[in-house]
Design a protein around this ligand. Structure first.
Ligand code: PAF
Length: 282
């Protein structure tokens, strides 16, 4: 498998391949790859000739220095995992210097208010960091299509907004959340869960499924109260937020409307590990 660490080398390679008509799918990641990532890679390979996977722990999207330090870095095993999928994968694993050229700071973006909802309320500057890296990666890789998991649904909506506002020539595709058999959404953070917390974590999805059922007959406020009560009884999980929001504005629903589409979103701590998940409600 070819691993590029330098932007001009991968740019040069892709430019030459594109001139021959080769199409590129792109899966940006921060590494510690799991089956959720592999499902994105497989989708990219179905729809494009080559899949580029970037592996880069982006410092500007972390609001917590400890979280950045502890983020798993497993390039060797990531590459081994990708080799089990296909030969038509390129890895771009740049250094911080290759991306930020001595200025490791995020650009400031306006995403029409999407950045202030949910994750934006709890992770200061997070989406400026995500916008900065994704825009740079799109400019370097110049993919035809880029694939993002719906687990980070807010990120997906914001990246679509980034592409629209900056007229970036790429199609962004959202892909369904990939779950373990017990319902827990795959995440690079799951590997850091201590056994008791790992056992408790599927409660998040189980609660989302029941919340969805309840949303059929109850108001968003009633469902939210019920979910908060369930988490309060769980000694392993601390709820940060449960929000039912409309999928395009991400604004918390006040009054349900039949013509709108909603999702329920959760962020919860399992010990010091922050987990997020969400579910389509209608
Ligand atoms: O979802 C992630 O892993 C990251 O936020 C991304 C999109 C790779 C940007 O660093």
């Amino acid at each position: 498998m070819t691993i590029f660490t330098n932007k001009s080398e991968i740019q040069d390679y892709i430019f030459k391949q594109k001139a021959k008509g080769t199409t590129f799918g792109f899966v940006p990641t921060m590494g510690a790859l799991h089956h959720g990532h592999l499902s994105l890679v497989k989708k990219a390979l179905q729809e494009n000739n080559i899949c580029v996977v970037s592996i880069f722990v982006n410092p500007t999207q972390f609001d917590n220095a400890e979280d950045l330090k502890k983020y798993p870095r497993t390039l060797k095993s990531d590459v081994t995992l990708l080799e089990t999928v296909s030969k038509n994968i390129l890895v771009y694993a740049p250094s911080v210097e290759d991306i930020y050229e001595g200025h490791t700071i995020a650009e400031h973006f306006s995403f029409d208010g999407l950045e202030f909802e949910m994750e934006g309320r709890f992770r200061q500057g997070h989406f400026d960091g995500v916008g900065t890296i994704v825009k740079r990666l799109f400019e370097i890789v110049t993919p035809n299509n880029a694939y993002f998991g719906e687990k980070d649904f807010q990120q997906l909506v914001i990246i679509k907004k980034l592409v629209q506002k900056h007229k970036l020539p790429v199609t962004v595709k959202g892909c369904e959340i990939y779950r373990e058999a017990n319902g827990l959404a795959f995440s690079s953070r799951n590997t850091r869960l201590k056994p008791d917390y790992k056992k408790a974590a599927p409660f998040i999805f189980k609660t989302l499924v029941t919340a969805k059922e309840k949303f059929g007959t109850k108001s968003a406020k009633q469902v939210t109260k019920w979910v908060e009560k369930q988490f309060a009884k769980n000694k392993f999980l601390e709820l940060e937020y449960f929000i039912i929001a409309e999928v395009t504005t991400l604004k918390t629903v006040k009054r349900k409307s039949k013509s709108k589409t909603y999702r329920a979103f959760v962020a919860a701590y399992a010990d010091d590990i922050r987990l997020i998940d969400n579910i389509a409600l209608n």
